[in-house]
Write a protein that binds this ligand. Structure first.
Ligand SMILES: Nc1ncnc2c1ncn2[C@@H]1O[C@H](COP(=O)(O)OP(=O)(O)OP(=O)(O)O)[C@@H](O)[C@H]1O
Length: 332
């Protein structure tokens, strides 16, 4: 795009949009604008987008206008509000690989089985896995009134994940504020029917997680840990992160607790037993139960058929977890 064309298009923008312009590109007749939508209500965003399109579509060099609204400055942003959603439940962990995403999926499916209206938002935008876990890979959400429509899964749990918006294997390397802006778009989808949204947080306890929590203000948090000491230390950091953000902790789930032999079904405890329960007690938080290390859980997760949708003993473990979370939600 020539500077002249860029300057000319800028002058065509309505004043309120020009003030929020982050970038403007014109390539092969397509004008792509990024606007800072911080603090704008949905209706104001929609009006601004429509006005920008109308202003630029009249230009001889422009055949198409695309507008991306990013709520970039997380600390100034209005809290996320997505229709009549009552409760956002965050699922977090002090470190990666402890089964946080697996627990988030199965918690949501178990809640749905118990009659709750549940959605899943995959906030783990650097390693999104909810599309695979819920068997919705390859599906693309449509936008309606500038808001994403969640992708339906066959488990009665609609889902929005960056995995639905990016190409498989595509690296996503956003700055922290952009990351939380992207999550905002997922949370501001058409969740009108959901009474609970389970949010799969990125692993860890850094600034990205803190910013997200402050911005979308979950009603409560579930912390996933494995029985190892190291993971428990990380879980302690996760507890601190939620406390610092003013998010009440629903409790700690011990995942990969006890190994179930795929041949004889015998249960062994390579990492000891009872560690997470004791740690939860020490931290003054509830213990929400154990999910064993079972190869069937991994296999079913990879196949996009969540264990909680089945009838085995592990489905029962997730059903118990869902009951505890639902009771907590109802008590608020
Ligand atoms: N209870 C379990 N039994 C067997 N396999 C499990 C169990 N929980 C999780 N897994 C497997 O462990 C791996 C990591 O799980 P998952 O992706 O849910 O972890 P995570 O904490 O979300 O990781 P990250 O956020 O770092 O990607 C996956 O292959 C998953 O199928």
């Amino acid at each position: 795009m020539t500077t002249d064309a860029g300057d000319r298009l800028r002058t065509l923008l309505p004043q309120n949009a020009a003030e929020r312009l982050q970038s403007l590109r014109l390539a092969e007749g397509r004008a792509t604008l990024v606007l800072d939508a911080t603090g704008l209500a949905t209706s104001d965003r929609d009006a601004m987008e429509a006005a920008v399109k109308q202003a630029l579509e009249g230009d001889a060099e422009v055949s198409e206008v695309r507008v991306a609204m990013m709520a970039d400055k997380a600390d100034e942003a209005a809290p996320v509000k997505s229709g009549p959603v009552q409760k956002i439940i965050a699922v977090g962990s002090g470190k990666g690989g402890v089964g946080k995403s697996t627990v988030a999926t199965n918690l949501a499916v178990a809640l749905a089985r118990s009659g709750r209206k549940v959605g899943v938002v995959d906030a783990d935008i650097y390693g999104p896995s909810q599309a695979r876990l819920l068997g919705t890979e390859g599906q693309k959400p449509v936008a309606h009134d500038s808001r994403l429509v969640p992708v339906a899964s066959q488990w009665g749990v609609p889902v929005l994940s960056m995995a639905h918006l990016s190409n498989p294997g595509q690296a996503i390397a956003w700055r922290g504020p952009m990351a939380s802006g992207a999550v905002t778009q997922l949370l501001q989808g058409h969740w009108d029917d959901a009474e609970i949204i389970v949010v799969d947080l990125p692993p860890g306890t850094g600034d990205i997680q803190l910013t997200m929590l402050q911005k979308f203000k979950p009603a409560g948090a579930v912390i996933v840990s494995t029985p190892q000491d190291l993971a428990l230390m990380d879980a302690t950091r996760a507890v601190e992160l939620f406390s610092k953000s003013g998010v009440p902790i629903i409790g700690v789930v011990e995942n990969m607790a006890g190994y179930i032999c795929p041949h004889c079904g015998e249960v062994s405890d390579p990492f000891g037993t009872g560690g997470a329960e004791a740690a939860a007690r020490e931290m003054g938080t509830a213990f929400l139960g154990r999910i064993p290390l079972d190869i069937a859980i991994r296999r079913e997760s990879d196949a996009g058929t969540p264990t909680a949708a089945g009838d085995g003993p592990q489905a029962e473990a997730f059903a118990n977890l869902a009951r505890s979370v639902a009771d907590w939600v109802d008590s608020r």
